[in-house]
Design a protein around this ligand. Sequence first.
Ligand code: GDP
Length: 330
Amino acid sequence: MNKQQFPTNEQGAPASLAGRRVWVTGHRGMLGAAMVRRLENTGATLLVAPRAELDLTRQADVYAWVRDHRPEFVFHIGAKVGGIHANATLPGDFLRDNILIQTNVMDAAYQAGVEKLVFVASNCTYPAKADLPIKESSLLTGALDGNIRSYAVSKIAGIEMCRAYNAQFGANYVAVIPPNLYGPGDNYHPEHSHVVAGILRRVHEAKEAGAETFSVWGDGSPRRELLHVDDLADAMFHLMTRPTDWIYNVGCGYDLAISEIASLAAEVVGFTGSVVYDASKPNGTMKKLLDSSKINQLGWAARKNPRDGLHEAYADFVSQLTESSRARLG
Ligand code: GDP
């Protein structure tokens, strides 16, 4: 396989995915489902593999599936993900599963001559003390936050794989670095969820119980940049269908204090009590705002505002609750 067959990033992006075979990994997760929604009405031929059909950690199965289904474009989203607590308690799972999955998918895609692949990493790949707002050039310039080190190292390996496959094999792989995601299809697990889902759940439970307070982890002062999952899916589509460089931050451009996220969540849920801060839980990194000017210069910007976005996320949480109680009642 020579470079001719694998256009470099500056060439060879299709203006449209109509009629093309597009594989979305992790299509049942929050971002994968948003990607599938974004691809509706684009004319793309969508390829997905339910977990019962394909375990992405199994190398031989992934190569065989790719050989049989012949994707031309890949949105590689499938990964083991979780919030700050899950990362602190399951570091071996995060490191092993993500390295296996992304190595299998990215190499199988290369072997099969995939035209372009967009890989989702995470803002925790940046050093804990990176200059703010964080530019793509801060990658690998300092120590990571210890709470999320294993997950971050696994995603850094994936980012580096994009760079290395482009450089050595003329692949056309792009790494995307989002901030904290939220939106429909989130995981509302009491401990393993991310900040928006965790807070929405607790404020909802406090309201249902008629409590006067709800608890928020840490001291409320860390700041997080929130991105609605539909905005990220749109950005990934944007990058897939244009000539690109190999790495992009994809954020909304501003951050909120955890205390502000908590107030907004209380407003959205309609809870009038107050917040108590749970100091037994970690604050994590204090600030992580991304510099997204590189993708902005490609003509993309986030559209959802957090108030509307949280309303959507809360409606989704309530519908997940209704479905699970219906399932329990048979
Ligand atoms: P991070 O951005 O990688 O640290 O991931 P998270 O989405 O888990 O956000 C963690 C930040 O939100 C920390 O500052 C936590 O102290 C704070 N936080 C407050 N309440 C919660 C909660 O219920 N769940 C989670 N995951 N974080 C919370």
